[in-house]
Design a protein around this ligand. Structure first.
Ligand code: ADP
Ligand code: MG
Length: 244
């Protein structure tokens, strides 16, 4: 059987706004296995970002449990959680979230600074990822000197620098023109074919069409999980070695 990369069991996330409670996530359970490509869809306010934040260990469930790389995040303190995040996860945001004072290579290396023992080949990794994401001639540029598409490429390279178990992206192509968005999606496809596990939030059907699994959210609950034809491609692959 495939190994679970992420597993949610009866996850709830309640926001309290004064006397009012918002059930952003309501008894959400599913598991993502190695090599799968999930797309999370749903109307605005249905809980997609909250779900991704829980999966990215940027937020904790109010109730229920979340296991990442077969470890129960509920029993970890904040330091342990950020160490786990820096080793296992790559997170791509709609708004890029680059550090303006740092250049491309430095931005790509940021997740490594959070590791207890940063790898010695950090700079070479960053250079190789910059080349791979089409930024070979921009390595020493600052974010303000880049287009939106180039900034998102930096964010993708940054999400890959720790060779993550799971790549999470929240509306990653939402701010890009359609041609740049397609190029970014092709890059994600390439990562998936290499065996990476991806979870994407999108409201666009043509983006979700690339996924192996489509999860539809509604009012904080899972409305439907659709296993697509593409899921068969995963089964045809040779099993990858566990790395943790
Ligand atoms: N920090 C917050 N405080 C209070 N309510 C929030 C907060 N973040 C999200 N919510 C609420 O939780 C629900 C789900 O939000 P969100 O996960 O951002 O949805 P989506 O990403 O699908 O648009 C919404 O009703 C939203 O208003
Ligand atoms: Mg959102």
């Amino acid at each position: 059987m495939n190994r679970a990369v992420a597993e949610l069991i009866e996850v709830e996330r309640i926001y309290r706004m004064g006397a009012e409670k918002v059930h952003a996530l309501d008894r959400v359970s599913f598991r993502v296995e190695r090599g799968e490509y999930w797309s999370v869809m749903g109307a605005s306010g249905s809980g997609k970002s909250t779900l991704l934040n829980v999966m990215g260990c940027l937020d904790r469930p109010t109730k229920g449990s979340y296991r990442l790389a077969e470890r129960d995040t509920g029993v970890m303190d904040d330091d342990e959680l950020s160490e786990l995040r820096s080793r296992k996860l790559g997170f791509i945001f709609q708004s890029y979230n680059l550090i303006p004072q740092l250049d491309v290579l430095e931005n790509i290396m940021v997740p490594l600074f959070y590791q207890d023992e940063p790898p010695v080949d950090g700079l070479e990794r960053a250079e190789s990822l910059a080349r791979r994401t089409g930024l070979a001639d921009r390595m020493r540029h600052k974010p303000s000197e880049l287009s939106g598409g180039q900034q998102q490429r930096v964010a993708i390279a940054r999400a890959l620098v720790n060779d993550p178990e799971l790549i999470l992206a929240d509306e990653a192509t939402g701010n890009l023109d359609s041609q740049t968005a397609e190029e970014i999606l092709d890059l994600f496809d390439e990562l998936w074919r290499e065996g990476k596990t991806l979870v994407f939030v999108t409201h666009e059907t043509h983006v979700a069409a690339r996924a192996s699994h489509v999860l539809r959210m509604r009012d904080g609950q899972i409305e439907e999980i659709e296993v697509r034809e593409r899921a068969k491609e995963i089964q045809g692959r040779p099993a990858t070695e566990a790395t943790c």
